[in-house]
Design a protein. Structure first.
Length: 521
C-alpha cells in the first residue's frame, strides 16, 4: 500500500500527539503499579529472587523471553515498563491515525489529544498489563471496523495489522482479549445497524445480497487470530509443563481473578467452607498467605470462583453499590466526554446510540458485580474502554462546527477532573537503595516481608535490584510468588502466632511491610 501525502502526515500527527502527551504526563506525575500481578511479573523478569525468569505466568512466556532479552541487552532500562508503555503508544497511535483519516484534521487531533490524555494517564502513570491489552484490542477493532466500512478489503497491510494486534492482545491477557472482543463487537454491531437503518451487518451486503468477498475476508481475520493465538497459548502451556511448573498453569487464572479483577466481601459461609475468618480473608485479599501444598491452592481457586446469586436483592444491591463509584474512575469521565461529543457527530439515531451504550455499561458491571470482579481500576478500565469504540466510529466526517466551544468545554472538564483527582495522585515514591536495605537486616532473626507492598513504594520505572531476596533471614508473605520460578525458597508455609490461630494465612495486623520479625529457632 503506497501512502499518499495525507496518510504520511496523519502518521506523523498520530505519533507526535501520543509521544508528546506521554512526555508531558511523565514530566508531571509519578508512576506506580496498581496491581500486584504487574509487580510480580516485573520482579520475576528482573530476578529479584536471584533468578531472572521469562516465566511471567500471567502473560505469554514468549513475551517474557522478549522482555528478559531486553533487560539483558539494555540493563539500565526497565524492560517490563517499556513493554507496557510501548504497547499503549502503539495502540493509541493506531487509533489516532484512523481517527485522522475518518474526520477533519482539527477534530481528529482533538479526539486524539482527549484519548491520549485520559488513556495515557491510566496506562503510563498507573500502568498495568490488563490496560495495555485492552488498548491494543481496541486498536485492532478500530482498524477492522474502518477497513470493512471503507470496503478496502484487499489491503493486506491493514489485515496484517489487525491480525497482529489481535494476537498480541491475546498474548498479553487472554481474559481481557475475550472481554474486549465481546463488548467491542457488540458496539460495532450497534454502530453498523443504527447508521444503516437497522440493516444488521450492512458491511457484508452488496445490492441487497450477502457479499462473499467481505465474509471471506472477515473469516480469514478471525481464523488467523484464533489459530495464531491458540498456537502461541499452546507453546506457553507446554513450556511450563516442561519446566515442571504445572501449578502455574493450573492456578494462575485464580490469581488473576483475585488480584487482577478483585475479590468480594467476606461471607460467613467461608468459615465452614474454607476454615477462614474475616481477618484471614482480608489477609488473602491483600496477598498475604502461605503455601502448604495442593490444599492451599484448591482453597484459593475455590475462593476465586465465589459469586453472588442472581436475584432481585442482588440487583438492588448492585444499583446501590456500583454506579456512584464510577465517578471515582478517570476512564468513566472519558466515556461521558465521548457521549457529549456525540452531539458533534453527523450520525443517525443518536439517542439510540447513547442508551444502548448506557445499557451495556450497566449490564456489564452487573455481571462483574455478581462475579465479585468490579472493584479494581484495571477491570473498570477494561470494561469501559470498549464502550467508547462506537462513539469514536460515529465521528466519521464530523464537521468543525462550534470548534471553539468544544475546546472550552474540554478545558473546563480538565480543570474539574484535576481538582477531583489531584488528592488521589501519587505524590512521591521511594528512592532508597534496595541492596542497602536488605543488607542492613540483622542475623539471628527472620524478617517477614510484604514484597509487593515494598516494591509498590517505588516508581513503576524502577529497576528492581537483582537478588535482593538472597539476603539471609528474609522470607515473603506473598504466597502467589510460589507459582513463579525461583521464589519457592522464600515463601513460608506458616508463621508463628501467639494463639496459633493463623496457620497458613498471615495476620495483616501483624504484617505491614517490615515489622513482622521473629527469632529463628
Amino acid at each position: 500500500m503506497n501512502l499518499n501525502s495525507r496518510q504520511k502526515k496523519n502518521i506523523l500527527y498520530a505519533l507526535g500527539i501520543n509521544y508528546v502527551i506521554y512526555i508531558l504526563l511523565r514530566l508531571f506525575f509519578f508512576t506506580t503499579y496498581e496491581s500486584q500481578i504487574d509487580i510480580m511479573m516485573q520482579a520475576a523478569v528482573r530476578g529479584v529472587s536471584g533468578t531472572k525468569t521469562a516465566g511471567i505466568i500471567y502473560s505469554n512466556i514468549i513475551l517474557g523471553w522478549i522482555i528478559k532479552v531486553f533487560t539483558v541487552l539494555i540493563p539500565f532500562m526497565n524492560g517490563y515498563y517499556v513493554y507496557l508503555v510501548f504497547g499503549v503508544l502503539t495502540g493509541l497511535s493506531v487509533i489516532s491515525y484512523i481517527l485522522l483519516l475518518r474526520t477533519d484534521r482539527k477534530l481528529g487531533m482533538t479526539l486524539s489529544v482527549v484519548l491520549a490524555s485520559f488513556i495515557g494517564y491510566e496506562c503510563y502513570i498507573l500502568p498495568g498489563y490488563m490496560k495495555t491489552a485492552s488498548v491494543i484490542g481496541i486498536a485492532m477493532l478500530v482498524v477492522l471496523a474502518d477497513t470493512f466500512e471503507r470496503g478496502i478489503l484487499k489491503s493486506r497491510k491493514r489485515i496484517a495489522v489487525t491480525i497482529g494486534l489481535g494476537i498480541l492482545c491475546s498474548m498479553i491477557c487472554l481474559s481481557v482479549f475475550l472481554i474486549t472482543m465481546f463488548l467491542g463487537a457488540a458496539g460495532i454491531i450497534i454502530y453498523d445497524a443504527s447508521q444503516h437503518e437497522w440493516k444488521f451487518f450492512s458491511w457484508f451486503r452488496k445490492d441487497g445480497k450477502i457479499a462473499k468477498e467481505q465474509l471471506k475476508s472477515m473469516a480469514v481475520v478471525v481464523a488467523a487470530i484464533i489459530i495464531g493465538g491458540t498456537f502461541l497459548y499452546g507453546i506457553d502451556i507446554i513450556s511450563y509443563h516442561i519446566s515442571g511448573q504445572d501449578d502455574a498453569v493450573t492456578y494462575r487464572s485464580a490469581m488473576v481473578r483475585m488480584y487482577g479483577y478483585g475479590m468480594g466481601s467476606y461471607d460467613e459461609s467461608y468459615a465452614e467452607k474454607y476454615g477462614i475468618d474475616s481477618a484471614e480473608y482480608d489477609s488473602i485479599k491483600k496477598g498475604s498467605f502461605g503455601v502448604t501444598g495442593e490444599s492451599t491452592w484448591r482453597i484459593l481457586k475455590n475462593l476465586s470462583k465465589e459469586h453472588e446469586k442472581f436475584s432481585l436483592k442482588t440487583v438492588s444491591s448492585y444499583f446501590k453499590s456500583v454506579p456512584l463509584k464510577w465517578f471515582g474512575y478517570g476512564i468513566f469521565y472519558l466515556f461521558l466526554i465521548m457521549l457529549f461529543l456525540l452531539s458533534y457527530a453527523p450520525c443517525n439515531k443518536k439517542r439510540v446510540m447513547v442508551w444502548t451504550q448506557i445499557l451495556l455499561l450497566f449490564s456489564s458491571f452487573l455481571v462483574l458485580y455478581i462475579c465479585h470482579a468490579w472493584q479494581n481500576n484495571g477491570i473498570v478500565f477494561v470494561v469501559i474502554l470498549p464502550l467508547i469504540l462506537p462513539l469514536l466510529l460515529v465521528q466519521k466526517d464530523a464537521p468543525e462546527r462550534e470548534y471553539r466551544y468544544l475546546w472550552a468545554y474540554l478545558v473546563v472538564m480538565s480543570v474539574i477532573l484535576y481538582g477531583k483527582f489531584s488528592s488521589n495522585m501519587v505524590s512521591g515514591v521511594s528512592t532508597e537503595n534496595m541492596s542497602d536495605r536488605f543488607a542492613s537486616l540483622g542475623g539471628g532473626q527472620t524478617n517477614m516481608l510484604d514484597l509487593n507492598a515494598y516494591l509498590k513504594s517505588f516508581s513503576a520505572q524502577k529497576n528492581y535490584t537483582r537478588g535482593i531476596l538472597t539476603a539471609e533471614h528474609v522470607v515473603i508473605s506473598n504466597g502467589a510468588y510460589a507459582l513463579m520460578d525461583g521464589f519457592e525458597n522464600y515463601i513460608m508455609s506458616s508463621v508463628p502466632s501467639e494463639n496459633q490461630k493463623y496457620e497458613w494465612v498471615y495476620n495483616t495486623k501483624e504484617i505491614s511491610i517490615w515489622n513482622m520479625v521473629f527469632l529463628d529457632e
